[in-house]
Design a protein around this ligand. Structure first.
Ligand SMILES: *Cc1c(COP(=O)(O)O)cnc(C)c1O
Length: 332
């Protein structure tokens, strides 16, 4: 498949075959308490329990599996705030491909350590002043390595789409599907799966309120570029949709809505309390928007929500949930 061709549902099915035995088939979580709060049946796809702790393993493994012999030898370059980095690093190790990962200086420590732990070479950059795509391309020029971008790539989109495909296969047809949204790889893949498997379902993407470029892009009919948004949702600090993700979103998404950092923290706390699960800020974007009413759901609807990742430093997680007491304060 040429890398500029829009992927189709057939590519999602091919990705599912590639991922069988390589990626986890993550569970679908439910909670009567959450259902009561929103007045609908929530079906939560637990991609924070995916390998590397995020759905990104699906796209990365799918893309690297399509490398030819020369590409495998020359290696892979990826730029990412974390989860795509870890995903490419692990997929590369499993497939015997050398990996270089370009990561921002302020990426969560856990994500950087994990990436190094998978055997990748890590190159750091400043998220607010340097262009990671340019750095990635320079490394690729020097080494002949192949750049695998985090979302604007047909195999990556197809791989990400397998999460929604499994959700429908395991939980049954949906009335609504909601996913977090950064560059749109997950949402584009989800559109392909849902439009093929339950075409009547409404599909929503949720991006951070601080960076609503995708909502504006769909409104204006062109890819809107913004400065790196300042938000705790570090997995969705993207500046623009992709050349491939935008047209797919345009054709298949009902609406893009937003969630504030406060809403993300409230959703993380609720997930901890009800599901006993640790989900990172970006990972609860979809759920937060259902809870806030930004995503409209009707009484009794079957609402699929992707919990996308769980990679948050424990200290940071405690801080966000408000449990970081100072030493002289007794914690009972
Ligand atoms: C990358 C990421 C997203 C956003 O995915 P896109 O394909 O860029 O839209 C959402 N949640 C988590 C945890 C991520 O790592």
């Amino acid at each position: 498949m040429p890398l500029t061709t829009l992927p189709t549902y057939a590519d999602v099915e091919a990705a599912a075959a590639t991922l069988a035995g390589a990626a986890h088939r993550t569970p679908v979580l439910t909670s009567r308490r959450l259902d009561a709060l929103v007045g609908a049946r929530l079906l939560l796809k637990a991609e924070h329990l995916q390998r590397v702790g995020a759905f990104k393993f699906r796209g990365a493994f799918t893309a690297l599996s399509a490398f030819d012999e020369g590409q495998r030898r020359a290696g892979v370059v990826a730029y990412s705030s974390g989860n795509h980095a870890q995903a490419v690093a692990l997929a590369a190790r499993e497939l015997g491909i050398p990996a270089t990962i370009v990561m921002p200086h302020d990426a969560p420590r856990l994500k950087v350590e994990a990436t190094v732990g998978y055997g990748a070479r890590v190159v750091r950059y400043d998220r607010y002043t340097q262009d990671r795509e340019e750095i990635g391309r320079e490394i690729a020029r020097g080494s002949g390595a192949t750049v695998v971008p985090p979302y604007d790539h047909p195999h990556v989109i197809a791989g990400q789409g397998t999460a929604a495909r499994e959700l429908v296969e395991d939980a049954g047809p949906l009335d609504v599907l909601v996913t977090p949204l950064g560059g749109g790889g997950l949402l584009a893949g989800s559109v392909l799966a849902v439009r093929a498997l339950c075409p009547q379902a409404r599909v929503y993407g949720v991006e951070p309120a601080a960076g609503d470029d995708a909502r504006r892009s769909l409104e204006q009919g062109r890819i809107v570029h913004i400065d790196t948004p300042v938000t705790i949702a570090d997995g969705a600090q993207t500046q623009h949709l992709g050349e491939l993700t935008f047209p797919i979103l345009r054709s298949g998404v009902d609406a893009v809505v937003t969630a504030t950092d406060e809403e993300l923290v409230a959703a993380m706390a609720l997930v901890a309390g009800t599901l006993k699960q640790v989900v990172e800020p970006t990972g609860v974007l979809g759920l937060a928007a259902v809870l806030s009413g930004a995503v409209p759901v009707q009484e009794g609807e079957r609402v699929g929500v992707v919990l996308t990742g769980g990679n948050v430093d424990p200290e940071r997680y405690g801080q966000l949930l408000g449990y970081n007491r100072s030493n002289d304060e007794a914690v009972v």
